[in-house]
Write a protein that binds this ligand. Structure first.
Ligand code: 13P
Ligand code: SF4
Length: 297
């Protein structure tokens, strides 16, 4: 069986398989750990394994590689990327710095390593509010996701929180509407949405949370409408088998769906596909990511 072969190869190679909460069920089932972007980065930093197989999209594998320059990090689906990450460029950050010398720049981990290297600190959706509150600066730019920046602005009114001029959006989370919130309510569900959803959907939902935050807070209600990538309901159902989780059809992230369990096997067998980040860029990005991880959680 493929799961047995994966288990055998993991031992032989001293490898660990880390999977994002949006991965297909068969990949989640063979993973040693399933979590959100922050949890994956922390696991990658803490592991004793020689090989990290990161089942997710490229920025997640790059983050693992940046934190582990001497280890082998593999991305099983080489083409899996995050379109949101492409919205921000290093030049945009340099322009913001030139125009606002006293401001801080917080870069969402859904970004390129080059942009992370220009940041004061990175954030994920799980810790964006804590990251911004931790800063000494009163003016803070957040991006590339404009909806996450809007969420943080609402949670940290004591600071001036502005979006980086990327105007980035996740194409998956843009699909959720107020009608989805209302349909969930009509069914008797509590509604949780990801901070990448529009400000209107955030305001109408009962809870706004990262994917890891959803796992931590799902015990609060027996049935939920889950406004994020649809595989999240599989993840939540595994942790809370007695609760009901409803996804919205047609909300797959095509990039997250690229990784199959066969790709995980090939990754372990053939060392595919090795992630490489230029060391000068990696050094700058590492400083910003490690500053984030060092924040008290
Ligand atoms: P999380 O960090 O909440 O898992 O989000 C990652 C992501 O890509 C959301 O679309
Ligand atoms: Fe990127 Fe959106 Fe896919 Fe997350 S769901 S990886 S933000 S495209």
């Amino acid at each position: 069986m493929i799961a047995d072969e994966i288990r055998r190869l993991k031992e032989e190679r001293n490898a660990v398989v880390l999977a994002h909460n949006y991965q297909v069920p068969a990949v989640q089932d063979v993973a040693d750990f399933v979590g959100d972007s922050l949890e994956l980065a922390i696991r990658a930093k803490e592991t004793d394994a020689d090989v990290i197989v990161l089942c997710g999209v490229d920025f997640m594998a790059e983050t693992a590689q940046i934190l582990n320059p001497t280890k082998t990090v593999l991305l099983p689906a080489r083409e899996a990327t995050c379109p949101l990450a492409q919205a921000l460029t290093p030049d945009m950050i340099r322009e913001v710095r030139a125009g606002h010398p006293g401001a801080a720049v917080v870069v969402y981990v859904n970004s390129t390593a080059e942009c992370k290297a220009e940041a004061d600190i990175t954030c994920t959706s799980a810790n964006a509010v804590d990251v911004v509150r931790s800063l000494d600066e009163d003016v803070v730019f957040v991006g590339p996701d404009a909806n996450l920046a809007s969420y943080v602005r609402g949670q940290v009114p004591e600071k001036t929180v502005l979006p980086l001029p990327a105007d980035g959006h996740c194409p998956v989370h843009l699909r959720f509407t107020l009608a989805d919130v209302e349909a969930g309510r009509a069914r008797g569900d509590a509604v949780v949405c990801h901070p990448e959803c529009s400000p209107e959907v955030q305001a109408a939902s009962d809870l706004v949370a990262s994917t890891g935050g959803m796992v931590r807070q799902a015990h609060l209600h027996p049935q939920w409408t889950v406004l994020t990538e649809e595989a999240m309901t599989y993840r939540l159902g595994r942790v809370f088998p007695d609760a009901a989780f409803h996804a919205i059809e047609g909300t797959e992230c095509a990039d997250m769906k690229m990784t199959t369990v066969e790709d995980v096997l090939v990754a372990l067998k053939a060392g595919k596909h090795r992630v490489a980040v230029d060391e000068t860029v990696a050094a700058g990005a590492r400083r910003a990511i490690e500053r984030m991880i060092a924040l008290k959680r």
